[in-house]
Design a protein around this ligand. Structure first.
Ligand code: 5GP
Length: 112
């Protein structure tokens, strides 16, 4: 089981922001911004580099869910950032696809 599957199964506690039958969103344990939420598919896709065409609709709903959470938290006007890390150079540490939703402060570019 991935760490995030254990959060889905409630074996590891997390502050849940949104849930439906295929998606879970929860607050990052080590937040990098005032709002830092991880949006994951309950079904494991290890990383975006391994996503298949058949995962496309689910990945679309993942992004729309992140957008909806940002809107619900009042981040639409000031803006927010969505990040997907993939693989070692991408900074991925948990092999279960997740979208980082970051907001509540200005973001910088280029990222580190
Ligand atoms: P990645 O580096 O793979 O893109 O992101 C993994 C994220 O998961 C990190 O931001 C990290 O802080 C977060 N994380 C790691 N372990 C836990 C945990 O047990 N609970 C929660 N809520 N977040 C976690």
């Amino acid at each position: 089981m991935t760490l995030f599957e254990k959060i889905v199964a409630r074996e590891i506690p997390a502050k849940i922001a949104f849930e439906n039958d295929e998606i879970l969103a929860f607050h990052d344990v080590n937040p990098q911004a005032p709002v830092h939420i991880l949006v994951i598919p309950k079904r494991v896709i290890p990383r975006i580099a391994e996503a298949q065409a058949s995962d496309g609709a689910l990945i679309g709903r993942l992004l729309l869910t992140a957008k909806q959470i940002a809107t619900d938290l009042g981040l639409s006007e000031t803006g927010f950032r969505l990040v997907i890390n993939s693989g070692r150079n991408g900074g991925e540490t948990v092999p279960h696809l997740h979208v980082h939703l970051l907001g509540g402060r200005p973001m910088h570019w280029p990222p580190g």
